[in-house]
Design a protein. Structure first.
Length: 285
């Protein structure tokens, strides 16, 4: 059965630094025999504030990070799912984008994050993603890969079951949630939400996560705990959390792998059919 690999990093404002981390993970995933590598949201960079997020952004054809990922995919003959930023046409905001770079290094699929993270948590972070990010316009169709049919979603989309149910309805077998979850929300909800999305869609959920402090001031930290969850809701691969990074610096990258068993997925869907009462409530398309 094919192996999926999740990669965990801690992005900074340096695209060169972040690319080095990701190239290392590509090598690890390839050596492990993975058929695809899934990297976190905002793998190209995480800025300290909204203005830096906008100023660092480059089109994919001029981004040294994206060009480096494309080169790594070609070199290792390995598809890479990676979160990046793209500029909006007016340059006032950025797009939070998820790319599928195929084994030939071509950008084969794109998804723009639907739901933006605007929160103010007591004694926790206050983040307003909409200050610098443009929300996406649509759910993209699932697409066929060597692992199965993949449906793309990002981070805060995880809190909304409707997109995942729509992707399942359209044939998705694997859902992605590359993320940079905060520590308080991660501790409270990360695993619970990932397992819920897997159980209710009877799909594999692949969630590569950022982990640790993203700048020297440590004003923003990500939770980590990248996971792969199977269609029965079992966590079949997991990496460590930001609490495990003490004294290890910002450039520690990790990879974990798990089998994607589509026969098992079909068995789960066949034995526990989720027959919806669309005569009572509307079908999610």
């Amino acid at each position: 059965m094919p192996l999926a690999a999740i990669g965990q990093i801690c992005s900074t404002s340096s695209m060169t630094h972040n690319l080095t981390q990701c190239r290392h993970l590509v090598q690890k995933a390839s050596a492990a025999g993975a058929k695809a590598l899934f990297l976190p949201e905002a793998s190209d960079y995480i800025g300290s504030n909204a203005s830096e997020t906008i100023s660092l952004c480059k089109p994919v054809d001029k981004s040294e990070f994206v060009l480096g990922i494309q080169d790594a995919a070609r070199q290792h003959n390995l598809p890479i799912n990676v979160g990046i930023h793209e500029p909006t046409p007016d340059g006032r905001k950025v797009k939070n984008t998820l790319l599928w770079v195929d084994e030939d290094g071509k950008i084969a699929q794109r998804y723009q994050k639907l739901h933006l993270f605007d929160v103010e948590i007591k004694d926790g972070p206050m983040l307003k993603e909409s200050n610098s990010v443009e929300r996406g316009p649509r759910i993209e169709e699932p697409f066929l890969t060597s692992l199965g049919k993949v449906g793309l979603l990002i981070c805060f989309d995880l809190r909304f079951p409707e997109p995942s149910l729509a992707l399942r309805h359209r044939g998705a077998q694997i859902l992605t949630y590359p993320s940079a979850f905060t520590v308080p929300t991660g501790k409270a909800h990360w695993e619970t939400l990932l397992r819920a999305r897997a159980i209710e869609t009877q799909s594999y959920v692949i969630a590569a996560a950022q982990s640790g402090p993203h700048n020297e001031e440590k004003t923003r930290r990500s939770y980590g705990h990248s996971m792969i969850v199977d269609p029965w809701g079992k966590v079949v691969a997991e990496l460590g959390g930001e609490e495990d990074r003490k004294g290890r610096g910002l450039d520690v990258g990790e990879v974990a792998v798990a089998e994607v068993d589509l026969e098992y997925l079909d068995k789960v869907r066949r034995e526990v059919p989720l027959l919806r009462r669309t005569d009572v409530y509307p079908e999610i398309l």
